[in-house]
Design a protein around this ligand. Structure first.
Ligand SMILES: CNc1ncnc2c1ncn2[C@@H]1O[C@H](COP(=O)(O)O)[C@@H](O)[C@H]1O
Ligand SMILES: [Zn+2]
Length: 348
């Protein structure tokens, strides 16, 4: 993996709010999975997009299909989830919101309920083992699977919200943005919102989703993933920007993901600049650290070097992310305290 971030970026405490479990599997874990399943004939070069390489977004979704073949049992899911959590912790992430899509039973041999329980078990084991990170879970709806599956997932997530000791906090909407329409999913998302689940929705990751984004904003979501094409200069609109600004909905921004997936032409053209200049809450995230060969330290460093941010500004970004999280107030306060204690050792 390309982990060249300077010590400063590794040392600063960080919050990761946008990480898809199966997209976050590291090269090392992938090699283990491949060794377990030689009959699949998968090469590790097919599960990651390395430095300097680009893919279309459509090709990225092909990569997920390969990874899903490799992660298809309870044992795999547990192993992958534990490794991903440990890797984020090793990178200085103190609070992580992980998200993952419970797949059809036919694909994994386990029910969607069991899928979620397995991820929760991994979170629990990491806590027991003293891994220095607080983890929460967002259950993901893959837009490709349509309204019925979305509703089923919402109901399941409601159950877990009540029974998981506060670990399941919300719902994610993701999947290939070129497939399906958000309007069909509104009843499920509305229900999730009414029942107290937080909503983190991928929005306008590709062009020409203005109408869908307008509809989704009426829910409204608690956070927006990517939002690449929301602002007028990218083909979005003033009305979208106004709504998002008025509601102060944080954006989860994933620079490497967007550049390698070619929805943004280069780092310096990333919409981070647009929103950051407006002083809108922006949270740097990895999206899929395994697939895009990155980590959160590297995302912070890239953003700082591309947009000329001072160490002070970088620190503020990571601190602000606490307030954009779905953590309960007491945990947010604990994290703020932690940041304050660490600050004199890191910022000089
Ligand atoms: C690159 N931009 C992206 N846009 C939209 N959805 C994405 C994504 N990256 C990942 N996913 C979603 O996360 C799944 C893999 O993790 P899980 O199996 O759920 O843990 C993908 O299948 C897709 O639905
Ligand atoms: Zn994403």
């Amino acid at each position: 993996m390309d982990t060249e971030a300077d010590l400063f970026y590794r040392q600063i405490p960080k919050v990761e709010l946008h990480a898809h479990l199966n997209g976050s599997v590291s090269f090392a874990t992938m090699e283990k999975l491949i060794a377990r399943k030689p009959h699949l004939n998968i090469e590790s070069s097919g599960t990651a997009i390395r430095s300097g390489q680009r893919r279309t977004l459509a090709e990225c979704f092909e990569v997920f299909k390969v990874i899903h073949q490799l992660v298809d049992s309870e044992e795999d899911i547990l192993m992958v989830a534990k490794s991903v959590i440990e890797e984020f912790a090793a990178d200085g992430v103190k609070y992580l919101e992980l998200r993952s899509t419970p797949r059809e039973e036919a694909k994994t041999g386990l029910s969607k309920r069991r899928y979620i329980e397995t991820v929760l078990e991994a979170i629990h084991q990491c806590k027991q083992e003293g891994v220095d990170i607080d983890v929460r879970f967002l259950v993901a709806v893959d837009r490709r699977n349509g309204p019925e599956v979305a509703m089923e997932t919402v109901k399941l997530t409601e159950d877990f919200m009540l029974s998981s000791d506060g670990v399941v906090v919300g719902l994610d909407l993701s999947g290939d943005p070129t497939v399906g329409h958000g309007k069909d999913l509104l009843p499920a998302l509305q229900r999730a919102r009414n029942s107290g689940l937080k909503l983190a929705l991928h929005m306008s990751e590709v062009p020409s989703q203005k109408e869908e984004s307008e509809l989704l904003l009426d829910l409204p979501p608690d956070r927006i993933g990517h939002g690449t094409f929301l602002h007028p200069e990218a083909g979005g609109s003033d009305s979208l920007v106004d709504k998002i600004s008025k509601l102060n909905i944080p954006l989860e921004l994933c620079l490497t993901s967007n550049v390698k997936g070619q929805t943004v032409p280069s780092y310096d053209k990333h919409h981070f600049q647009y929103w950051y200049e407006r002083q809108h809450p922006c949270v740097l995230c990895t999206d899929d650290k395994g697939v895009f060969c990155t980590d959160l330290s590297q995302e912070y460093q890239l953003t700082a070097s591309t947009f000329g941010l001072s160490q002070e500004a970088v620190w503020s970004l990571s601190l602000q992310a606490i307030h954009c999280s779905f953590a309960p107030e007491a945990l947010k306060q604990k994290l703020v305290q932690r940041w304050a204690e660490l600050r004199p050792h890191i910022l000089h």
